[in-house]
Design a protein around this ligand. Structure first.
Ligand code: E4P
Length: 218
């Protein structure tokens, strides 16, 4: 399973990258705004800065909602760095853009996916990644893992090569659930990645080992 971090914050990206387990980054317009990155030039610069930190796929989202606008924007984003994956929303014009990009050698991540039907369209259009939003599905009192499971079965039935990128991850438990059902990628906040480290028995065990070492090595 690939680990992506879901942020536009360079310190968080560096911290996750330093852990040695990071395979990529996802961003979206809300994450850029949250980190105070506004204006086209600053946003484009931030994508390049992220690509220079992480040796892996970096999703950059288009703002346009019409086919021609998405194509123009996506081509510009893809030209920034070889690691850029163009993030396209699951709307009618987006499906057309996904198809265009797949036929023209530009890698894509289809975002805002909330149903298996949408995931089928993304795969048919040749998306490299499909992003079901697990946490936001949970918010509607439906289990996000069921959606990812359903997409995995469908993609397996037909050998679709689109990778399932579980997004909107909110906790370490989400990550473990995604691993159990075989999601190809999870994109997570730093807190959820670091949360995987925690177990009180590890802390207790380490304290005892160190205390015993001290006793025997005065
Ligand atoms: C990433 O690709 C998505 O945009 C992101 O995971 C959405 O997360 P949220 O539901 O916490 O905003």
């Amino acid at each position: 399973m690939k680990f992506f971090i879901d942020t536009a914050n360079l310190d968080e990206i560096k911290e996750a990258n330093d852990l040695g387990v990071l395979d990529g980054v996802t961003t979206n317009p809300s994450l850029m705004a949250k980190d105070g990155v506004t204006g086209k030039d600053s946003i484009l610069k931030r994508y390049v800065d992220i690509c220079n930190i992480v040796d892996g796929d970096v999703s950059a989202e288009v703002i346009s909602t019409d086919f021609n606008g998405m194509v123009k924007e996506g081509e510009m984003l893809a030209s920034l760095h070889k690691n850029i994956v163009v993030k396209v929303p699951m709307i009618k014009e987006g499906v057309k853009a996904l198809k265009y990009f797949s036929e023209n050698g530009i890698r894509t991540n289809c975002t805002l996916v909330f149903s298996a039907g949408q995931a089928i369209l993304a795969a048919k259009a040749g998306a490299d990644y499909v992003s079901p939003f697990m946490g936001r599905v949970d918010d509607t009192t439906w289990d996000g893992t069921d959606l990812i499971d359903q997409i995995a079965v469908i993609y397996g039935n037909y050998g679709f090569e689109t990778e399932i990128l579980a997004a909107s991850i909110r906790s370490p438990l989400h990550i473990v659930k995604c691993a159990e059902i075989g999601a190809d990628v999870v994109t997570c906040p730093l807190k959820s990645i670091m949360g995987l480290l925690n177990h009180p028995l590890t802390d207790i065990g380490l304290a005892k080992f160190l205390a015993d070492y001290k006793k025997g090595n005065k």
